[in-house]
Design a protein around this ligand. Sequence first.
Ligand SMILES: Cc1cc2nc3c(=O)[nH]c(=O)nc-3n(C[C@H](O)[C@H](O)[C@H](O)COP(=O)(O)O)c2cc1C
Length: 188
Amino acid sequence: MFPKIQFICTMCSFLLISNSVFSQNSSNATVDLLTTTGSDRKFSEGAVDSASLDLILKSGINAPSARNHQPWRFSVLKETQKTKKLISNIKKGNVVIIVSGTEDASKECSVDFDCALATENMFIAAKSLGLAARIYTGPIPKVKKDKDSYKVPDGYRPVAILRIGNSADDTDATTSASTKKSFSEIVN
Ligand SMILES: Cc1cc2nc3c(=O)[nH]c(=O)nc-3n(C[C@H](O)[C@H](O)[C@H](O)COP(=O)(O)O)c2cc1C
């Protein structure tokens, strides 16, 4: 009888832990942000202050990369007319950062992976600073066709786009978050 009860208790605890993993408060601001927040859907008008933008870019520069190649370049675009061609609902004041990777990579380089890490570092920095952020790859073909006008340097190809701005979402990050697969589906 006892082992049966113990088994049921263990299963209940597992289910409680796995179900609450996305909502528990860890008392750690970074972990709380990572386990609750998502990509913003609605942005409002309003400038991104230059001190925040500097911190976001520094967070990207500080990202890890294979063999520390740092194979990326960041193109910062603030002009709405140009960025509207990439993201139709862009708002005045939104900043678009195009992360590009070198075309001249050695075998040990993992350019796309490194660029993704830099993009994610900047995404997390922006969210931590209370800004709205979203990553895009859909508009990359448009950037490829017009690299000069999007300030992509010669010898680089665009990999990802990070949009930063102010949030217009009246719902909080937790309730508006996209649904995620459960703990047990992902973790073996
Ligand atoms: C590599 C990558 C490419 C993405 N491309 C687009 C895109 O082109 N357009 C878009 O609206 N969202 C894009 N997103 C945002 C995803 O749709 C979003 O992250 C996903 O639905 C999960 O939602 P969440 O970030 O709120 O958890 C992209 C995200 C990633 C990581």
